[in-house]
Design a binder for this molecule. Structure first.
Ligand SMILES: [Zn+2]
Length: 254
């Protein structure tokens, strides 16, 4: 069959103009992974506004293999995460999540988990934006990156020093080493001038977060120092895991 239609639930990660003036949307679904589709119609078309970044809903796709064309024919949003669009920090956070998912081909092909994580992060960022809570946006960004790394098998073990392979006791001082992309014991951290001290509160928060659904984990507060350390570590690990430089990390808004 040269042409085929499909329908699936998906989150719209990115929408961009191509030189021809048309718009191309990138969707993430559990069934088909990342799908790029043309969205035709002028700037005021209904489909264009329905098919906007971070909308989650049912997409209808038309494929014409002979013409090499994939077209979004309809989109019915189930969740729009409207508060993200009213807050620059939230937009930066959601853009980072999108860019990371695109740069890792949806966490290396684990589509259902990638979609689940995207929806958890978008719900938490939307709630944080509604409450004008920048700290919660930070926690959502950090948790998104660390859960994504975990899903890809790239999350370093807080119990082991990445430099000397010695054990780091749970209650001992933890540091994150940018050089090795892992945790460093107190002795190795002393020799590493770029190491970021990670307060015990950040490690405890992360452990507790692992047992909760995403949005509930993000609701739990974190002291400023712990929040900054966790975010610095999460974003450094995310940059290392992506196949290409992440523009959103250099936007200055994250
Ligand atoms: Zn060590």
């Amino acid at each position: 069959m040269a042409t085929r239609s499909a329908s699936f639930e998906a989150v719209l990660l990115r929408s961009k103009e191509v030189p021809s003036g048309a718009r191309v949307a990138t969707l993430l679904s559990a069934e088909e992974g990342l799908v790029e589709a043309f969205v035709f119609g002028g700037g005021k078309s209904k489909l264009r506004s329905l098919a906007s970044p971070w909308h989650y809903g049912r997409a209808w796709i038309y494929r014409d293999a002979a013409k090499g064309l994939v077209k979004l024919t309809d989109f019915d949003p189930l969740r729009e995460f409207p508060d993200i669009r009213g807050d620059l920090g939230a937009i930066a956070a959601a853009s980072f999540a999108s860019e990371f998912l695109l740069a890792t081909c949806a966490l290396g092909g684990d589509w259902a988990d990638a979609l689940d994580l995207a929806l958890g992060a978008l719900s938490a960022i939307d709630e944080a934006a509604r409450g004008r809570d920048r700290c919660a946006v930070d926690r959502a960004v950090s948790l998104f990156a660390l859960r994504a790394l975990d899903a890809m098998g790239l999350m370093p073990d807080p119990g082991e020093c990445a430099a000397c392979a010695g054990a780091i006791r749970r209650d001992a001082l933890h540091s994150y080493s940018r050089g090795s992309g892992g945790f460093a014991c107190a002795r190795c951290a002393e020799a590493d001038h770029d190491a970021v001290p990670v307060p015990q509160g950040a490690i405890a928060w992360l452990e507790a977060a692992g047992r909760r659904p995403f949005i509930e984990a993000v609701r739990v507060g974190l002291a400023d120092e712990a929040r900054h350390a966790l975010k610095a570590m999460a974003l450094d690990l995310a940059a290392k895991a992506a196949n290409s430089p992440l523009k959103t990390l250099n936007s200055g808004l994250l």
